[in-house]
Design a protein around this ligand. Structure first.
Ligand code: ADE
Length: 232
């Protein structure tokens, strides 16, 4: 998979690139590239944003700056780019990222992520350059960078070779193997701690009963409203 991330803060991603599953997929032939629009701005003094027409707080990423950066990187008019690859603008108002969208994106050969900053993008960037607008939750982050990391983390761990054990991604929360339900609870040694015992069935060695127990716990979690705060 080929992912390009357009960000004014490429240094934020240095730590992310060192994470095991990210390093694994990069070693397996996937590509992650960072592009800083500031390096392609046609404006003086590295300007990339401007005050919003109509007034209001904050700064808005300029459409001419993104146009130049995308054009310099891909060598085509960015208006045509979204016919060749998914171009995703990250914004709080977008389609909510869920497991189905992660699967959809993991099947794409090439994706471009646009990270907004400050008050976000000039709307013409979204209208004319982006194929999708994606949100990682209904709250406002200080920029699209952490949202891009969330998206990449979720997508890359679905790729072959990302995780040590391929089963980890197959039977996990919201996967088809669990009927879209959250994952069942896990336990490890010690089997008893401060009087808190691991469910007997998990110690039984009886694979069918264990599978049935896990399926049932997943279903319960899926049917339940949002879990209460721990200890509450
Ligand atoms: N940029 C700022 N907030 C965001 C969010 N919640 N999701 C995606 N991009 C964002």
């Amino acid at each position: 998979m080929d992912i390009d991330i357009f960000t004014l803060f490429p240094e934020w991603f240095e730590w992310f690139f060192t994470q095991r599953h990210v390093a694994n997929v990069l070693a397996g032939g996937s590509r992650l590239e960072l592009v800083n629009p500031r390096e392609h701005t046609p404006l003086s003094a590295g300007q990339v944003d401007d005050t919003p027409f109509g007034g209001g707080a904050g700064m808005v990423l300029r459409v001419d700056v993104l146009d130049s950066a995308l054009r310099a990187h891909y060598g085509v008019d960015p208006v045509e780019l979204r016919e060749r690859r998914r171009v995703i603008a990250l914004a709080p108002s977008g389609r909510l990222l869920d497991d189905a969208l992660v699967d959809e994106l993991a099947a794409e050969p090439a994706v471009t992520l646009l990270c907004g900053r400050y008050e976000g993008f000039d709307e013409r960037i979204v209208e004319h350059f982006a194929s999708d607008v994606v949100s990682v939750g209904r709250y406002v982050l200080s920029g699209g960078e952490t949202a891009a990391m969330v998206l990449c983390d979720a997508v890359l761990r679905k790729l072959p070779g990302a995780l040590g054990d391929e089963r980890s991604a197959q039977e996990e929360s919201f996967s088809a193997a669990l009927g879209g339900d959250p994952e069942y609870p896990h336990y490890t040694r010690p089997a008893e701690y401060r009087g808190w015992r691991v469910p007997d069935v998990l110690l039984s060695g009886h694979h069918e009963r264990i599978a049935a127990w896990r399926r049932e716990r997943s279903r319960e979690r899926g049917a339940a409203p949002d879990p209460p705060a721990a200890g509450g």
